[in-house]
Design a binder for this molecule. Structure first.
Ligand code: PMP
Length: 396
């Protein structure tokens, strides 16, 4: 068959993908690249018990078609939890999605015409760039400071351009680990109100703060229904269940439901019912506490290894939650070239180079490093190999 002529969106989307950026894994590869939760923390037995119970007690219903909104008891359980954090959403303002990732796609589909202007953090979550690419937006990058987006820059862009969406990962940002301060959250809401912009708050690491106080979500600070907020069970239960949530005010949510109807009809009822059952029969807060302790320990192992092995001339963030830290080297260092030519093939080690984590692909000298997946010995070995390779590179 002749190669069919692909739509522009397909070409644009394939340019953003991680698939070609990260070389293949071999068995002895240490990958600091993926944002994979530690599988040792998946509550496998409890989830298995929930599957058994759901199928035994409610099996025919769990296997049937339902609707795009998602399983009502789970939406009610979520609403109750979110209410304690002042989100002020009821079950009808929640849509259960196939992960937060589907929320990114649906919101872009809802709002973006080709060429519409979108604000993204610099750097930003590569999966958001992949989701948005299909709608062919025009990006404006706002540099990240240690307490979130540079709002002076943001204001300048808002003054001159009609912006459709401000996309932010306010907690333990993927890829930098940075948290947006409360003052900036409040100012961001004010700016969005002034310029009439939708804020897309992508918050899958919300419950993984292991140091310091949880800050109010943008959604809870919003008084005008302009924040759409995404959450997920992926990092806090198991990504294989593929269930996340989207919070939005009516009438936006209704429009998003229509789009979800067209995309996949509904998220899997079976896993929604399993999560609902799991929450009923287990102490989820205790589980979250275990996760936070575990990820804190892993972060500390990685910080200790970086302190011990990393050559001079590098700096890195010290995240208070989530999975990632952001490593920055001397201005002329090219982390992508180094990964492809040396670190992956010779050291069997992976990270995500900064290149594709900027909408503009403009920054080469940083990398996202995940501490989430491994034990102390592997983190130590990986950081020591990485540091030796970096030391060789900068001494040339
Ligand atoms: N947003 C961010 C910031 C993420 O890091 C991820 C996962 N890597 C997602 C969304 C998507 O997660 P999921 O679809 O598994 O909920």
């Amino acid at each position: 068959m002749d190669q069919p002529q692909l739509a522009t969106r397909t070409t644009l989307t394939s340019q953003t993908g991680l698939e070609d950026l990260i070389p293949d894994l071999t068995d002895d590869t240490i990958s600091f690249a993926g944002g994979l939760p530690d599988p040792a923390q998946f509550p496998k037995q409890a989830i298995s018990d929930s599957f058994q119970r759901v199928l035994a007690n409610n099996g025919l219903d769990a296997l049937q078609y339902h609707n795009a909104k998602g399983y009502l008891p789970l939406r009610e359980q979520l609403a109750e939890r979110l209410d304690q954090e002042n989100y002020q959403v009821n079950a009808d303002q929640i849509l259960l999605t196939q992960g937060a990732q589907q929320g990114l796609d649906l919101v872009a589909k809802l709002l973006l015409n080709k060429g519409d202007h979108v604000i993204v953090e610099a750097p930003t979550y590569v999966g958001a760039l992949a989701a948005f690419a299909a709608y062919e937006p025009h990006y404006h990058e706002i540099p990240l400071e240690s307490d979130g987006m540079d709002l002076v820059q943001l204001n300048k862009v808002l003054l001159t351009q009609k912006i459709k969406i401000i996309y932010t990962v306010p907690n333990f940002q993927n890829p930098t680990g940075i948290v947006m301060s409360l003052a900036k959250r409040q100012q961001l809401i004010e700016l969005a109100n002034r310029y009439n912009v939708i804020i897309l708050e992508d918050d899958p690491y919300h419950y993984l703060r292991f140091v310091g106080e949880t800050l109010p979500s943008l959604k809870s600070l919003d008084t005008q229904g302009r924040v759409i907020s995404l959450g997920s069970f992926s990092k806090i239960l198991a990504p294989g269940l593929r269930i996340g949530w989207l919070l939005a005010a009516e009438p936006l949510l209704k429009q998003i439901r229509y789009l979800k109807d067209g995309a996949d009809l509904e998220s899997p009822t079976l896993t929604q019912q399993v999560i609902s059952d799991y929450l009923l029969h287990n102490d989820f807060d205790a589980h979250l506490e275990v996760l936070r302790k575990d990820y804190l320990q892993k972060r500390n192992w990685m910080l200790a290894a970086l302190k011990q092995y990393l050559p001079a001339g590098f700096s890195y963030t010290q995240p208070e939650g989530g999975f990632f830290l952001w490593l920055t080297g001397p201005a002329d260092l090219n982390f992508e070239k180094l990964l492809r030519e040396q670190i992956a093939p010779q050291e069997h080690l992976l990270y995500v180079p900064s290149t594709h984590l900027y909408a503009s692909n403009s920054v080469l000298n940083s990398a996202r490093i995940s501490y989430a997946t491994y034990d102390q010995a592997t983190i130590d070995l990986g950081v020591s190999k990485l540091s030796q390779a970096l030391a060789r590179e900068v001494s040339h």
